[in-house]
Design a binder for this molecule. Structure first.
Ligand SMILES: [Zn+2]
Length: 269
């Protein structure tokens, strides 16, 4: 379908809706570029509440609880550029290839999403054009600009996971998620395992794949950038003290990793 992207032809986001993309510390000098696909849980006014009560919209099915605060503080601590997407993953999941069924889920965990049932192809295309595409185009642009300016880029894709999924309790405090990068994930795993109080997931609770992920395969792996996904358990970052503790811890760990990469001249010394 031909969507005219020039001019004010928005079919989904109206004047009362905020843009999907928000950026923090865009002039940050860190080699780490932070992304947050499930940062927000806004719903475009035109979609109402997707047929769900507030009690469902605030659950993990709607967004990555707690990660917003961690991401913002980590961006400050590392002096790193952070790019986030503010609409709920129930509107369109910005870490799914748009052609897979879970991109605009009919069911998430055990909750049926009435506003996504029987959705027309054109309506899917509009969600993609107005939320998914601007976010990923912006990440592309930023990586291109960094390359142009000879700034190295290491992508950190920040997420959080629910402590109990489909009745199963998850033991990990944090997980490192990866697929093709053989440099950064082992360094991160080693650093996390050196923390005496942590249960660390190695590609748990999820692993990255081309079928279930978008940000890492498309922006990092396809460009040959070092990268990792990070998943923090949501009950550990359910308040500001928890968010701060995890931002502080990750800032310390990534500063050490950056120093290691410079010593090994994987990054310019
Ligand atoms: Zn997520």
């Amino acid at each position: 379908m031909a969507l005219n992207r020039a001019g004010d032809t928005s079919l989904l986001l109206g004047p009362a809706d905020v843009p999907p993309v928000r950026e923090y510390n865009a002039d940050g000098r860190s080699p780490f570029l932070l992304t947050c696909d499930h940062y927000g849980r806004l719903i475009p006014r035109a979609l109402g509440d997707l047929g769900l009560p507030e009690s469902e919209l605030v659950r993990h099915i709607g967004w990555d609880i707690g990660i917003a605060g961690v991401a913002e503080m980590l961006s400050q601590h590392l002096d790193a550029h952070l790019i986030v997407q503010r609409y709920s993953r129930l509107v369109i999941d910005c870490n799914r290839p748009p052609h897979v069924a879970s991109s605009i889920p009919r069911i998430s965990e055990a909750t049926t999403i009435p506003g996504n049932e029987g959705i027309a192809r054109e309506a899917k295309e509009v969600r993609r054009a107005e939320i998914f595409d601007p976010y990923h185009h912006r990440i592309d642009e930023v990586i291109d600009a960094r390359r142009h300016n000879n700034l190295p880029t290491i992508l950190l894709s920040l997420h959080s996971f629910t402590p109990i999924y489909a009745g199963i309790a998850r033991p990990w405090h944090i997980g490192t998620l990866y697929q093709r990068d053989k440099v950064l994930p082992p360094l991160l795993l080693q650093a996390l395992r050196a923390e005496p109080d942590l249960v660390v997931g190695d590609n748990e609770p999820y692993a990255v794949s081309d079928q279930t992920d978008y940000t890492i395969p498309v922006h990092a792996e396809a460009r040959g950038l070092m990268n990792t996904g990070i998943e923090i358990r949501q009950d550990l970052i359910s308040d500001q003290a928890g968010e701060k503790a995890w931002a502080d811890r990750l800032a310390r760990i990534f500063a050490e990793i950056e120093a290691t990469l410079r010593t090994q001249t994987i990054l310019p010394a």
